[in-house]
Write a protein that binds this ligand. Structure first.
Ligand code: HEM
Ligand code: MYR
Length: 419
């Protein structure tokens, strides 16, 4: 437990396999045994620092202390993120690229997201009425694929919906696996990049008309901080940085349906469709259930914090799930209590399911507002526009699979739209 700078340390050659085995609990387990929000371990053959809680999160999002270039593990880059995207940029290049994303997040853009979400839920629900049962997670992936393509200006034929929904979800369903699952993710990414690159070429050759305010148009003609158009491959990576995570919101919607089922006493408040109540409920879904476990950066230059030395080049993990459940930051963190968000002060460091800090100069998720809006609209639809039953099924979720999804994927029967 001792080292030169006295940072608590897990001895041993490498603990990557334990990370895979312990999943969302890996950092929490060691935080408990070492009684520290900061500790050192070994991952991917290298020294790694793990951080938890809002105080540590403040340090992690200090751009003078941490950088992102080269931080994402290769298998994650090859499937989830793609190469050359905003996640791995720093400084001016990052600020400029991030502005390209944030320019899509105006009030009107978000209002359109909600309108499209409602429209495609309604369309899908009409079809579900004639089916014996549906698997909600699989259905919502298709709903959001439609929303995401229409919103970004990416054309989507009716007979393409299933295929594109599968392709986009294969990129996030098993991002850190090896072997066949990794191959599936890698292949899905490579085919999806080809699909989008072709569209970018057409836009640039004026062979395809796209509304100027759509992401496909804006990204195709975006000029970087050196006044250069992006490589077509990078435009494709960034368009997929919209489509893929939008489809991933299906995981949160599966957890939302689970919470509606498991906490009926918390659902009453939603029945009036009150915006604030919808907001508290989905915020608690994002806090309570595991999704993105941790994020990764690299120490930019040597510094000391809280008496601990951080050495340039050290890989550093910020525990997102653990911070959302940290007892220093949350009262009764392991209870599902949407009301807590009525009192929450909006700190950018204690509630970080999609990263913390600032949007514009930091790496906080560009799609957090979209996520919130799609979740609110979906929750409202589930509670106030549908009736359904839930047959017996396995509603448990693993704490070791990343990302985790309720085992049954939420089976629903006897679906009727409310009149
Ligand atoms: C970054 C989670 C949805 C686009 C991130 C980060 C996390 C995250 C943890 C990294 C934060 C960091 O490293 O500090 C999630 C989760 C989502 C979600 C759990 C739920 C499905 C979305 C959506 C979009 C999106 C809907 C786009 C419409 C991005 C982008 C980044 C990002 C572009 C990179 C930001 C940067 O590097 O500056 N997200 N996200 N995400 N997310 Fe999301
Ligand atoms: C997205 O598609 O970007 C959002 C949802 C993806 C969830 C997958 C979680 C896996 C995270 C692996 C660890 C990443 C370390 C940088």
């Amino acid at each position: 437990m001792s080292s030169e700078n006295n940072m608590p340390k897990e001895e041993g050659l490498d603990h990557s396999l334990k990370l895979l085995k312990e999943g969302y609990q890996f950092i929490i387990n060691r935080r408990h045994t070492m009684q520290s929000n900061v500790f050192e371990t070994k991952l991917l053959g290298d020294k790694a620092i793990c951080l938890s809680g809002s105080e540590a999160a403040k340090i992690f999002y200090d751009n003078d202390k941490f950088k992102r270039e080269g931080a994402a593990p290769k298998p994650v880059e090859k499937t989830l993120f793609g190469e050359g995207g905003v996640q791995g940029l720093d400084g001016l290049a990052h600020k400029h690229r991030k502005a390209m994303f944030m320019s899509l997040m105006s009030k009107d853009d978000l209002a359109e997201i909600r309108r499209l979400t409602k429209k495609y839920w309604e369309q899908a629900a009409q079809d579900w009425e004639s089916r014996e049962e549906i698997v909600l997670y699989q259905e919502v992936k298709k709903i959001i694929t439609r929303v995401a393509c229409e919103w970004t200006g990416v054309p989507l034929e009716e007979d393409e919906v299933d295929h594109r929904a599968d392709q986009l979800s294969e990129m996030f369903e098993k991002p850190a696996e090896v072997g066949l699952s990794h191959f599936k993710g890698w292949r899905a990414r490579s085919k999806a990049e080809d699909w989008i690159e072709e569209l970018v070429k057409e836009v640039r050759n004026h062979d395809r008309e796209v509304d100027r305010y759509r992401a496909l148009y804006a990204f195709s003609w975006h000029k970087d901080h050196e006044d250069q158009l992006l490589d077509e491959s990078v435009v494709a990576v960034e368009i997929l940085n919209l489509l893929r995570p939008m489809v991933a919101i299906s995981i949160y919607i599966a957890f939302t349906a689970l919470a509606v089922h498991q906490y009926p006493e918390k659902v009453k408040a939603l029945e009036s469709g009150d915006e604030d109540q919808l907001q508290y409920f989905i915020q608690e879904v994002r806090r309570y259930y595991p999704f993105f476990p941790f994020t990764v950066a690299i120490v930019k230059e040597n510094f000391t914090w809280d008496g601990y030395k951080f050495e340039e080049g050290t890989m550093t993990l910020l525990d997102l799930y653990g911070t959302n459940h940290h007892p220093d930051d949350w009262e009764n963190p392991n209870r599902f209590e949407p009301e807590r968000f009525k009192e929450w002060d909006g700190s950018p460091f204690d509630f970080i399911p999609q990263g913390g800090g600032e949007f514009d100069i930091g790496h906080r998720c560009a799609g957090e507002w979209i996520t919130i809006d799609i979740m609110k609209e979906s929750l409202d639809y589930l509670v106030n526009h549908l009736t359904y039953s839930m047959p017996e099924q396995d509603l448990s979720f693993s704490m070791t699979e990343i990302p985790t999804i309720p085992e049954s994927r939420i089976i629903m029967r006897d679906i009727k739209r409310k009149q």
